[in-house]
Design a protein around this ligand. Structure first.
Ligand SMILES: Cc1cc2nc3c(=O)[nH]c(=O)nc-3n(C[C@H](O)[C@H](O)[C@H](O)COP(=O)(O)OP(=O)(O)OC[C@H]3O[C@@H](n4cnc5c(N)ncnc54)[C@H](O)[C@@H]3O)c2cc1C
Length: 434
């Protein structure tokens, strides 16, 4: 389980000091139920990797890191049931050891399962939706302390380990729930047989090739990421993650002006010891789909991330519109990353109901400079209907979010219905669901 100690009062990046008066650490689902039922205001905390106050509150935070690390595989249904606080790394290692896999993973294996699902966290791949889309069931402790299972057919039922009968809930509403609909104690995820992946990196793909061949390059392998500083190196790294049971990539990036990397590279400024193996060496999905090894911290944490998902059809125009911001980016941008995300059915996924491209920015931890940059980025991206990532910084107003997320009003109504006294409300939700 993630180590979230009571004395650690900042998020992972250190750009946010939690205001929570207390951090509770129940060690059983029953204890979570009792805690929820007896606490007027509380917010679930995952692995602290969000960059905004989504997981903060002035009242009580609750971490599930002390719950037993459940990992049960139902081979007939092709589903794994995991304790919500387990990290991607723990889940991936447990699955791989038994010959199973998740379809995709975020770049960082240290993130908790429930926290990733709650914000629509995603990896890359034109056919790969976010982790939330792999959810086929959730155990949720509701505001009254009852434990319900939210299932795909829209039926909620009392969990076999729970006490309450629970109310019905739409899984698509619950997939990306921002902590607003209850405390998730277990997550069921669709799995498939394990597969092998080989990562090859090319350097310095010129801008004209990026812009002309963007869709083809991004679709050329199971999972492709482009990194850039928006400078004259173009896409300074293109990571092509080829799934070995699929046809080999066909794009010749060298012919388009790139160079094949001759050794490992880091997308940011850190030691390459922390990145997953490159050089076209096949390995298990669990050790290739994340960019970073679970045994290393990917960076010092002194960074702030922002990300916007735009419709895939607008991605090239959006990237072109960002290019003139180079001078603004130069002092503060560590790396930007472009990824593709397949459509989700989740109401609040940033990739909900549209093929998307994520335009991601990792900035140095200069809070005021990043805030100014984010405003400019959002101004430039406005014509492309950007949806901000829920776990990263954004300047978007609630009204802008309602435009970007058409289901947000229905979600807010559901949150009021399921949590009439606002037990799970925190300042972030007060702003977003207003
Ligand atoms: C270095 C780094 C790399 C990243 N890479 C990616 C990436 O590749 N792709 C991407 O999309 N994002 C990425 N992110 C963002 C990250 O995935 C999200 O911010 C994610 O939500 C963090 O999960 P967490 O467990 O830390 O949750 P927290 O930040 O602790 O919480 C996030 C939300 O989840 C809710 N939550 C947590 N646990 C529960 C629970 N048990 N029940 C109900 N709600 C719960 C919280 O209440 C809150 O609303 C990255 C972040 C970092 C720091």
């Amino acid at each position: 389980m993630t180590d979230v100690t009571a004395t650690q009062r900042t998020n992972w990046a250190g750009n946010l000091t939690y205001r929570a008066a207390a951090l509770e650490r129940p060690s059983s689902v029953a204890a979570v139920q009792e805690l929820v039922a007896s606490t007027p205001r509380l917010t679930a905390l995952g692995s602290t990797h969000s960059f905004n106050d989504i997981a903060d509150t002035e009242a009580v935070q609750v971490t599930l890191t002390d719950l037993p690390p459940v990992l049960e595989i139902d081979t007939a249904r092709r589903v794994v049931r995991v304790a919500a606080g387990m990290t991607h790394a723990q889940v991936a290692a447990g699955l791989e050891a038994r010959g199973w896999a998740l379809g995709n993973l975020a770049s960082l294996p240290h993130i908790s399962t429930a926290g990733a699902v709650a914000t629509g966290t995603h990896g890359s791949g034109v056919r790969n939706p976010s982790l939330a889309q792999a959810v086929v069931g959730l155990d949720v402790v509701r505001a009254d302390g009852s434990l319900v299972r939210v299932a795909p057919d829209g039926s909620g039922s009392g969990s076999d380990s729970g006490t309450g009968s629970g109310s019905a809930g739409d899984l698509d509403a619950h997939r990306v729930a921002l902590g607003a609909l209850g405390v998730v104690t277990a997550v069921e995820l669709a799995i498939e047989p394990s597969f092998q992946v080989a990562t090859t990196v090319h350097l310095d793909l010129p801008w004209d090739a990026v812009l002309e061949h963007f869709d083809a390059v991004m679709a050329d392998a199971y999972s492709v990421s482009m990194f850039t500083a928006f400078d004259d190196r173009g896409a300074r790294q293109v990571w092509t993650k080829h799934r070995m049971d699929e046809p080999a990539p066909s794009m010749d990036l060298v012919a388009l002006g790139a160079r094949r990397a001759t050794g490992p590279v880091h997308p940011g400024e850190n030691d390459t010891a922390g990145v997953t193996e490159q050089g076209g060496v096949p390995g298990p999905w669990s050790e290739r789909l994340p960019h970073f090894r679970s045994s290393f911290s990917p960076s010092t944490g002194a960074e702030i991330q922002a990300e916007y998902l735009v419709p895939a059809a607008s991605a090239v125009a959006a990237i072109q519109a960002l290019l003139p911001l180079h001078d603004l980016f130069a002092p503060i941008l560590i790396a930007a990353e472009f990824r593709t995300v397949a459509p989700d059915t989740a109401w609040l996924a940033p990739s909900s109901e549209r093929q998307s491209v994520g335009l991601h920015f990792t900035f140095r931890r200069d809070v005021s400079a990043v805030a100014a940059a984010v405003e400019q980025i959002e101004g430039v991206l406005a014509p492309f209907d950007p949806r901000p990532h829920w776990g990263k910084v954004s300047a978007a107003s609630p009204s802008r979010l309602h435009e970007a997320y058409p289901h947000l009003a229905a979600f807010a109504a559901l949150a009021r219905e399921l949590d009439p006294t606002g037990r799970f409300r925190n300042p972030f939700l007060e702003r977003m669901l207003s």
